[in-house]
Design a protein around this ligand. Structure first.
Ligand code: HPA
Ligand code: ZN
Length: 383
Protein backbone atom coordinates (compact mmCIF):
# COMPACT_ATOMS: atom_id res chain seq x y z
CA UNK A 1 0.00 0.00 0.00
CA UNK A 2 3.03 2.26 -0.12
CA UNK A 3 3.16 3.50 3.47
CA UNK A 4 6.50 5.11 2.70
CA UNK A 5 4.71 7.50 0.39
CA UNK A 6 1.80 8.43 2.65
CA UNK A 7 1.80 12.04 3.85
CA UNK A 8 3.69 12.58 7.11
CA UNK A 9 1.93 14.28 10.04
CA UNK A 10 3.37 17.74 9.32
CA UNK A 11 2.14 17.69 5.73
CA UNK A 12 -1.28 16.45 6.77
CA UNK A 13 -1.54 19.38 9.17
CA UNK A 14 -0.49 21.76 6.42
CA UNK A 15 -3.05 20.24 4.09
CA UNK A 16 -5.80 20.62 6.71
CA UNK A 17 -4.91 24.30 7.29
CA UNK A 18 -4.73 24.91 3.56
CA UNK A 19 -8.13 23.34 2.95
CA UNK A 20 -9.75 25.45 5.68
CA UNK A 21 -7.97 28.62 4.55
CA UNK A 22 -9.60 28.32 1.13
CA UNK A 23 -12.84 29.45 2.77
CA UNK A 24 -15.05 27.17 0.69
CA UNK A 25 -18.43 28.68 1.55
CA UNK A 26 -20.39 26.05 -0.34
CA UNK A 27 -18.88 23.09 1.51
CA UNK A 28 -19.28 24.91 4.82
CA UNK A 29 -22.85 25.99 4.11
CA UNK A 30 -24.33 22.81 2.73
CA UNK A 31 -26.51 20.97 5.26
CA UNK A 32 -24.70 17.79 6.26
CA UNK A 33 -25.54 14.30 7.38
CA UNK A 34 -22.81 12.35 9.16
CA UNK A 35 -23.11 8.56 9.32
CA UNK A 36 -19.69 7.37 10.48
CA UNK A 37 -18.20 8.88 13.60
CA UNK A 38 -17.23 7.03 16.78
CA UNK A 39 -18.24 9.09 19.80
CA UNK A 40 -15.27 7.70 21.70
CA UNK A 41 -13.12 8.79 18.76
CA UNK A 42 -14.16 12.41 19.38
CA UNK A 43 -12.55 12.37 22.85
CA UNK A 44 -10.00 15.11 22.34
CA UNK A 45 -7.10 15.58 24.77
CA UNK A 46 -8.94 18.62 26.17
CA UNK A 47 -12.19 16.73 26.80
CA UNK A 48 -10.30 13.80 28.30
CA UNK A 49 -8.50 16.18 30.59
CA UNK A 50 -11.76 17.81 31.70
CA UNK A 51 -13.46 14.48 32.47
CA UNK A 52 -10.36 13.08 34.16
CA UNK A 53 -10.18 16.10 36.47
CA UNK A 54 -13.86 15.75 37.28
CA UNK A 55 -13.74 12.01 38.00
CA UNK A 56 -10.31 11.61 39.48
CA UNK A 57 -9.47 8.88 36.94
CA UNK A 58 -5.91 8.35 35.73
CA UNK A 59 -4.78 9.72 32.41
CA UNK A 60 -2.66 7.40 30.27
CA UNK A 61 -2.10 6.97 26.55
CA UNK A 62 -2.07 3.17 26.90
CA UNK A 63 -3.02 0.74 29.64
CA UNK A 64 0.53 0.09 30.78
CA UNK A 65 1.85 3.54 29.94
CA UNK A 66 3.01 6.10 32.51
CA UNK A 67 0.45 8.34 34.15
CA UNK A 68 0.19 11.72 32.41
CA UNK A 69 -0.03 14.62 34.82
CA UNK A 70 -1.00 17.58 32.65
CA UNK A 71 -3.09 18.42 29.61
CA UNK A 72 0.11 19.30 27.77
CA UNK A 73 1.55 15.83 28.41
CA UNK A 74 -1.64 14.33 27.05
CA UNK A 75 -1.51 16.51 23.95
CA UNK A 76 2.09 15.49 23.27
CA UNK A 77 1.23 11.80 23.78
CA UNK A 78 -1.72 12.01 21.37
CA UNK A 79 0.43 13.85 18.83
CA UNK A 80 3.07 11.14 18.96
CA UNK A 81 0.41 8.54 18.34
CA UNK A 82 -0.55 9.82 14.93
CA UNK A 83 0.86 7.67 12.15
CA UNK A 84 3.82 8.97 10.34
CA UNK A 85 5.58 7.03 7.60
CA UNK A 86 8.91 7.75 9.27
CA UNK A 87 7.79 6.18 12.52
CA UNK A 88 5.70 3.02 12.33
CA UNK A 89 4.18 0.63 9.85
CA UNK A 90 0.47 0.07 9.29
CA UNK A 91 -0.09 -2.85 11.63
CA UNK A 92 1.86 -1.34 14.47
CA UNK A 93 -0.01 1.93 14.04
CA UNK A 94 -3.38 0.19 14.19
CA UNK A 95 -2.38 -1.65 17.32
CA UNK A 96 -1.28 1.64 18.93
CA UNK A 97 -4.46 3.35 17.83
CA UNK A 98 -6.71 0.74 19.42
CA UNK A 99 -4.64 0.73 22.61
CA UNK A 100 -5.00 4.49 22.96
CA UNK A 101 -8.61 4.55 21.81
CA UNK A 102 -9.72 2.04 24.46
CA UNK A 103 -7.59 3.62 27.17
CA UNK A 104 -9.46 6.87 26.42
CA UNK A 105 -12.68 5.21 27.62
CA UNK A 106 -11.36 5.30 31.20
CA UNK A 107 -12.46 8.90 31.72
CA UNK A 108 -16.13 8.04 31.01
CA UNK A 109 -17.77 7.07 34.27
CA UNK A 110 -21.03 8.92 34.90
CA UNK A 111 -24.19 9.78 32.99
CA UNK A 112 -22.91 13.34 32.81
CA UNK A 113 -19.70 12.14 31.12
CA UNK A 114 -21.63 10.34 28.38
CA UNK A 115 -23.88 13.39 28.02
CA UNK A 116 -20.84 15.67 27.73
CA UNK A 117 -19.16 13.38 25.21
CA UNK A 118 -22.17 13.45 22.91
CA UNK A 119 -22.81 17.20 23.42
CA UNK A 120 -19.19 17.97 22.59
CA UNK A 121 -19.74 16.27 19.23
CA UNK A 122 -23.14 17.94 18.66
CA UNK A 123 -21.75 21.42 19.36
CA UNK A 124 -18.96 20.85 16.87
CA UNK A 125 -21.39 19.37 14.37
CA UNK A 126 -23.79 22.31 14.57
CA UNK A 127 -20.98 24.72 13.62
CA UNK A 128 -20.33 22.67 10.46
CA UNK A 129 -24.02 22.63 9.54
CA UNK A 130 -24.51 18.97 10.35
CA UNK A 131 -28.29 18.59 10.57
CA UNK A 132 -28.59 14.86 11.17
CA UNK A 133 -26.12 12.23 12.37
CA UNK A 134 -25.93 8.58 13.33
CA UNK A 135 -23.32 8.09 16.03
CA UNK A 136 -21.36 4.94 16.89
CA UNK A 137 -20.67 3.89 20.43
CA UNK A 138 -18.96 0.78 21.82
CA UNK A 139 -20.92 -0.48 24.86
CA UNK A 140 -18.61 -3.45 25.53
CA UNK A 141 -15.77 -1.03 26.21
CA UNK A 142 -17.86 0.49 28.98
CA UNK A 143 -19.69 -2.45 30.56
CA UNK A 144 -16.31 -4.20 30.94
CA UNK A 145 -15.28 -1.31 33.22
CA UNK A 146 -18.40 -1.59 35.34
CA UNK A 147 -20.39 1.21 33.66
CA UNK A 148 -24.13 0.52 33.73
CA UNK A 149 -26.46 0.70 30.72
CA UNK A 150 -28.53 3.50 32.25
CA UNK A 151 -25.39 5.59 32.74
CA UNK A 152 -24.51 5.33 29.05
CA UNK A 153 -27.90 5.38 27.45
CA UNK A 154 -29.61 8.02 29.57
CA UNK A 155 -26.62 10.32 29.07
CA UNK A 156 -26.74 9.76 25.30
CA UNK A 157 -30.53 10.10 25.17
CA UNK A 158 -30.55 13.42 27.03
CA UNK A 159 -27.77 14.82 24.84
CA UNK A 160 -29.72 13.80 21.75
CA UNK A 161 -32.81 15.63 23.02
CA UNK A 162 -30.85 18.75 23.91
CA UNK A 163 -29.03 18.81 20.56
CA UNK A 164 -32.30 18.66 18.68
CA UNK A 165 -33.94 21.35 20.82
CA UNK A 166 -31.05 23.78 21.14
CA UNK A 167 -28.80 23.15 18.14
CA UNK A 168 -31.17 21.94 15.43
CA UNK A 169 -29.13 18.73 15.10
CA UNK A 170 -31.13 15.51 14.93
CA UNK A 171 -29.47 12.20 15.71
CA UNK A 172 -29.67 8.51 16.43
CA UNK A 173 -27.15 6.06 17.86
CA UNK A 174 -25.60 2.93 16.36
CA UNK A 175 -24.46 0.34 18.88
CA UNK A 176 -21.28 -1.33 17.65
CA UNK A 177 -20.04 -4.70 18.76
CA UNK A 178 -16.31 -5.20 19.14
CA UNK A 179 -15.38 -7.88 16.62
CA UNK A 180 -12.28 -8.92 18.53
CA UNK A 181 -14.60 -10.05 21.35
CA UNK A 182 -16.80 -13.13 21.10
CA UNK A 183 -20.11 -13.42 19.24
CA UNK A 184 -21.67 -14.48 22.55
CA UNK A 185 -20.57 -11.23 24.19
CA UNK A 186 -22.18 -9.37 21.26
CA UNK A 187 -25.41 -11.32 21.78
CA UNK A 188 -25.39 -10.66 25.51
CA UNK A 189 -24.98 -6.93 24.90
CA UNK A 190 -27.62 -6.93 22.21
CA UNK A 191 -30.18 -8.34 24.65
CA UNK A 192 -29.14 -5.97 27.43
CA UNK A 193 -29.60 -2.98 25.10
CA UNK A 194 -33.19 -3.77 24.11
CA UNK A 195 -34.75 -1.59 26.85
CA UNK A 196 -33.01 1.38 25.18
CA UNK A 197 -34.10 0.72 21.65
CA UNK A 198 -35.83 4.11 21.39
CA UNK A 199 -32.29 5.58 21.37
CA UNK A 200 -30.61 2.98 19.12
CA UNK A 201 -31.40 2.88 15.43
CA UNK A 202 -28.84 0.41 14.18
CA UNK A 203 -26.19 -2.16 14.94
CA UNK A 204 -22.57 -1.95 13.77
CA UNK A 205 -19.33 -3.91 14.06
CA UNK A 206 -15.94 -2.32 14.66
CA UNK A 207 -12.53 -2.76 16.32
CA UNK A 208 -9.68 -4.95 15.10
CA UNK A 209 -10.78 -6.79 11.96
CA UNK A 210 -7.90 -9.22 11.55
CA UNK A 211 -9.32 -12.75 11.20
CA UNK A 212 -12.77 -11.55 12.38
CA UNK A 213 -14.96 -11.84 9.27
CA UNK A 214 -18.52 -10.46 9.16
CA UNK A 215 -20.19 -13.90 9.07
CA UNK A 216 -18.83 -14.69 12.54
CA UNK A 217 -21.53 -12.35 13.85
CA UNK A 218 -24.32 -13.53 11.59
CA UNK A 219 -26.60 -14.76 14.36
CA UNK A 220 -26.82 -11.49 16.27
CA UNK A 221 -27.13 -9.42 13.08
CA UNK A 222 -29.90 -11.68 11.78
CA UNK A 223 -31.78 -11.30 15.05
CA UNK A 224 -31.28 -7.53 15.06
CA UNK A 225 -32.68 -7.24 11.55
CA UNK A 226 -35.70 -9.33 12.52
CA UNK A 227 -36.22 -6.97 15.46
CA UNK A 228 -36.22 -3.95 13.15
CA UNK A 229 -32.71 -2.55 13.58
CA UNK A 230 -30.69 -1.30 10.62
CA UNK A 231 -27.33 -2.97 10.05
CA UNK A 232 -23.82 -1.90 9.13
CA UNK A 233 -20.25 -3.17 9.63
CA UNK A 234 -16.73 -1.87 9.23
CA UNK A 235 -14.64 -3.23 6.39
CA UNK A 236 -11.43 -1.37 7.22
CA UNK A 237 -9.16 -0.27 4.40
CA UNK A 238 -6.29 -2.64 3.71
CA UNK A 239 -7.50 -5.27 6.19
CA UNK A 240 -6.53 -8.90 5.66
CA UNK A 241 -9.09 -10.58 3.35
CA UNK A 242 -10.82 -7.26 2.85
CA UNK A 243 -12.50 -8.24 -0.46
CA UNK A 244 -14.05 -11.31 1.14
CA UNK A 245 -15.17 -9.27 4.15
CA UNK A 246 -16.81 -6.71 1.85
CA UNK A 247 -18.54 -9.51 -0.09
CA UNK A 248 -19.94 -10.99 3.11
CA UNK A 249 -21.08 -7.60 4.41
CA UNK A 250 -22.69 -6.66 1.09
CA UNK A 251 -24.41 -9.91 0.25
CA UNK A 252 -24.26 -12.62 2.90
CA UNK A 253 -24.77 -11.48 6.50
CA UNK A 254 -28.33 -11.47 7.90
CA UNK A 255 -29.79 -13.23 4.88
CA UNK A 256 -28.83 -11.02 1.96
CA UNK A 257 -26.32 -8.53 3.28
CA UNK A 258 -26.29 -5.35 5.36
CA UNK A 259 -27.98 -1.99 4.87
CA UNK A 260 -24.68 -0.09 4.75
CA UNK A 261 -20.94 -0.72 4.75
CA UNK A 262 -18.50 1.39 6.73
CA UNK A 263 -15.35 2.12 4.66
CA UNK A 264 -15.03 -0.79 2.19
CA UNK A 265 -12.84 1.36 -0.05
CA UNK A 266 -11.03 -1.70 -1.41
CA UNK A 267 -14.21 -2.60 -3.29
CA UNK A 268 -12.85 -0.15 -5.88
CA UNK A 269 -10.33 -2.85 -6.88
CA UNK A 270 -12.96 -5.48 -7.70
CA UNK A 271 -15.62 -4.84 -10.33
CA UNK A 272 -17.80 -7.72 -9.12
CA UNK A 273 -17.99 -6.11 -5.68
CA UNK A 274 -18.84 -2.75 -7.21
CA UNK A 275 -21.60 -4.34 -9.30
CA UNK A 276 -23.06 -6.12 -6.27
CA UNK A 277 -23.00 -2.98 -4.10
CA UNK A 278 -24.70 -0.98 -6.86
CA UNK A 279 -27.29 -3.68 -7.41
CA UNK A 280 -28.16 -3.93 -3.73
CA UNK A 281 -27.95 -0.14 -3.36
CA UNK A 282 -25.80 -0.41 -0.24
CA UNK A 283 -24.55 2.96 0.97
CA UNK A 284 -20.87 3.24 1.87
CA UNK A 285 -19.50 5.57 4.53
CA UNK A 286 -16.15 6.90 3.37
CA UNK A 287 -13.74 8.69 5.74
CA UNK A 288 -10.98 10.10 3.52
CA UNK A 289 -8.79 11.60 6.21
CA UNK A 290 -8.36 8.26 7.91
CA UNK A 291 -7.15 6.70 4.63
CA UNK A 292 -4.78 9.55 3.92
CA UNK A 293 -2.69 8.39 6.84
CA UNK A 294 -2.03 5.00 5.25
CA UNK A 295 -2.50 5.54 1.53
CA UNK A 296 -0.69 7.74 -0.92
CA UNK A 297 -2.41 10.92 -1.99
CA UNK A 298 -2.24 9.81 -5.62
CA UNK A 299 -3.95 6.45 -5.15
CA UNK A 300 -6.71 7.60 -2.82
CA UNK A 301 -8.66 10.01 -5.04
CA UNK A 302 -9.16 7.57 -7.94
CA UNK A 303 -10.48 4.87 -5.61
CA UNK A 304 -13.11 7.13 -4.05
CA UNK A 305 -13.94 8.51 -7.50
CA UNK A 306 -14.40 5.02 -8.88
CA UNK A 307 -17.04 4.13 -6.29
CA UNK A 308 -18.78 7.47 -6.82
CA UNK A 309 -18.74 7.23 -10.62
CA UNK A 310 -20.11 3.68 -10.44
CA UNK A 311 -23.23 5.12 -8.82
CA UNK A 312 -22.63 3.81 -5.29
CA UNK A 313 -24.17 6.05 -2.64
CA UNK A 314 -20.97 7.03 -0.90
CA UNK A 315 -21.09 9.60 1.87
CA UNK A 316 -18.22 11.55 3.45
CA UNK A 317 -17.59 11.23 7.18
CA UNK A 318 -14.99 11.77 9.90
CA UNK A 319 -14.43 8.45 11.83
CA UNK A 320 -12.20 9.40 14.81
CA UNK A 321 -11.48 13.15 14.62
CA UNK A 322 -9.58 13.34 17.92
CA UNK A 323 -6.98 10.95 16.48
CA UNK A 324 -6.91 12.41 12.99
CA UNK A 325 -5.39 15.87 13.04
CA UNK A 326 -8.64 17.24 14.48
CA UNK A 327 -10.35 16.71 11.13
CA UNK A 328 -14.14 16.55 11.32
CA UNK A 329 -16.72 16.08 8.59
CA UNK A 330 -16.06 19.53 7.14
CA UNK A 331 -12.34 18.84 6.62
CA UNK A 332 -13.17 15.41 5.21
CA UNK A 333 -15.53 16.92 2.66
CA UNK A 334 -12.94 19.51 1.68
CA UNK A 335 -10.37 16.74 1.30
CA UNK A 336 -12.70 14.59 -0.80
CA UNK A 337 -13.39 17.58 -3.05
CA UNK A 338 -9.69 18.12 -3.62
CA UNK A 339 -8.73 14.45 -3.96
CA UNK A 340 -11.44 13.62 -6.47
CA UNK A 341 -11.71 17.00 -8.23
CA UNK A 342 -15.37 17.15 -7.22
CA UNK A 343 -17.29 20.32 -8.07
CA UNK A 344 -20.10 21.82 -6.01
CA UNK A 345 -22.67 19.70 -7.81
CA UNK A 346 -20.78 16.60 -6.73
CA UNK A 347 -20.58 17.92 -3.17
CA UNK A 348 -24.36 18.36 -3.18
CA UNK A 349 -24.77 14.84 -4.49
CA UNK A 350 -22.54 13.47 -1.72
CA UNK A 351 -24.68 15.32 0.82
CA UNK A 352 -27.82 13.86 -0.75
CA UNK A 353 -26.25 10.38 -0.81
CA UNK A 354 -25.82 10.65 2.94
CA UNK A 355 -29.48 11.60 3.36
CA UNK A 356 -30.65 8.70 1.17
CA UNK A 357 -28.44 6.13 2.88
CA UNK A 358 -29.28 7.41 6.37
CA UNK A 359 -31.89 5.73 8.51
CA UNK A 360 -33.82 8.90 9.29
CA UNK A 361 -37.62 8.97 9.06
CA UNK A 362 -38.93 9.75 5.54
CA UNK A 363 -40.20 13.18 6.67
CA UNK A 364 -36.76 14.05 8.07
CA UNK A 365 -35.10 12.93 4.83
CA UNK A 366 -37.46 15.07 2.79
CA UNK A 367 -36.75 18.10 4.94
CA UNK A 368 -32.98 17.56 4.67
CA UNK A 369 -33.17 17.23 0.90
CA UNK A 370 -35.20 20.44 0.72
CA UNK A 371 -32.62 22.23 2.87
CA UNK A 372 -29.79 21.02 0.63
CA UNK A 373 -31.77 22.15 -2.42
CA UNK A 374 -32.32 25.58 -0.86
CA UNK A 375 -28.59 26.10 -0.21
CA UNK A 376 -27.74 24.98 -3.77
CA UNK A 377 -30.36 27.45 -5.06
CA UNK A 378 -28.82 30.25 -3.03
CA UNK A 379 -25.34 29.61 -4.44
CA UNK A 380 -26.47 28.80 -7.98
CA UNK A 381 -29.77 30.61 -8.63
CA UNK A 382 -31.63 29.37 -11.68
CA UNK A 383 -31.77 31.97 -14.39
N1 HPA B 1 -11.66 0.90 12.74
C1 HPA B 1 -12.31 -0.05 13.42
N2 HPA B 1 -12.86 0.17 14.59
C2 HPA B 1 -12.81 1.39 15.12
C3 HPA B 1 -12.18 2.42 14.46
C4 HPA B 1 -11.57 2.16 13.20
O1 HPA B 1 -10.97 3.04 12.57
N3 HPA B 1 -12.31 3.52 15.23
C5 HPA B 1 -13.01 3.17 16.32
N4 HPA B 1 -13.33 1.87 16.25
ZN1 ZN C 1 -15.00 3.75 11.98
Amino acid sequence: MGIEEALPVRLREQLRDDLIAQGDEFVLGIPKVELHVHLEGTLTAELRWKLTQRNGTKLRIAKNGPELKTLEEMQVAMDLLRPDPSRVDNDEERFQFFEAYYEGFECLKTKEDFFDLAMHYFEHAAKMNVRYCELFFDPQGHTSRGVGWDTMMVGFREARQQAEADLNVKSAYIMCFLRDLSPSSAMEHYKAALPYRDTIIGIGLDSNETDRPPTLFDEVFTLARRDGFKLTMHCDVGSKNTHEHIRQAASVVAGAGLDRIDHGLNAAEDQSLIDMIVKRDVGMTICPWSYLRHTTFAELGPKIRKLYDAGIKISINSDDPAYMEDCWVLENMLLAKRLCAFDDKDVARLAKNAVHSSWAEPAVKERLLREIGAVCGRFYPEK
